[in-house]
Design a binder for this molecule. Structure first.
Ligand code: NAP
Length: 183
């Protein structure tokens, strides 16, 4: 049985991620969904904490997939790329293949001897975490871009208000300012 690793920040987990997870589970017996940057929350880039992200992912996947097929594991970042692969391994069961499109992630796992495959892209122009966060802030429709249970959770935890509060711009939506401030 082959176990694969899929790393992302999942801010938030959207329909593109759901498609990717389903596709990857056609290739491997079990999938580890590693939540990167797990120590962060309450920023524009990472508004949801690790537990909230685990809740969103499990709520979305349990509705469609056998929960014995996947693990959802939070991985805090470490300020040293040389030890990141060992750090990931210290949180996960063994895996044989890594799915990623992130060039740094690919280099680090390749150097550690892992097989790497690109993770499939699905309607990237539509499903993009940054754009979804901007839509939430801008009071645009975003609910159709995430699994139904994820939209419910974001509302239940006040995630929409949190995002607007973080940037303190709930009356003006200025994407350029958000980007330039990197918040
Ligand atoms: P990420 O920061 O989650 O994603 C980077 C970009 O790629 C995002 O725009 C993301 O879109 C997009 N993306 C990711 N998977 C995709 C897919 N299958 N299809 C389309 N777009 C996709 O980066 P990541 O590679 O997914 O996750 C890497 C994680 O590992 C981060 O948390 C990073 O901090 C961590 N890391 C840590 C270290 C260290 O601590 N030293 C070293 C390397 C990596 P969405 O926003 O829509 O997902």
């Amino acid at each position: 049985m082959i176990r694969g690793l899929f790393v992302g920040r999942f801010q938030p987990f959207h329909l593109g991620h759901l498609y990717v997870v389903k596709k990857l589970l056609e290739k491997v017996g079990e999938l580890i969904i590693a939540i990167g940057s797990a120590q962060y929350s309450h920023t524009f880039k990472d508004p949801f904490n690790a537990g909230e992200r685990i809740w969103m992912i499990r709520s979305a996947l349990d509705a469609e997939l056998d929960p014995r097929k996947y693990y959802v594991i939070p991985i805090p970042d470490v300020n040293d790329n040389r030890i990141w692969v060992a750090h990931v391994e210290s949180y996960t069961p063994p895996f044989q293949i890594v799915f990623s499109n992130n060039s740094l992630v690919k280099v680090l796992f390749q150097e550690a001897g892992y097989d790497i495959e690109p993770s499939p892209l699905y309607k990237r122009e539509l499903y993009c975490g940054t754009d979804i966060r901007k839509k939430i802030i801008g009071n645009e429709k975003w609910e159709h871009l995430v699994p139904e249970n994820v939209a419910k959770i974001i509302k239940e935890i006040g995630g929409d208000k949190r995002l607007r509060g973080i940037i303190k711009k709930d009356y003006v939506y200025d994407a350029a300012e958000i980007d330039s401030n990197n918040i």
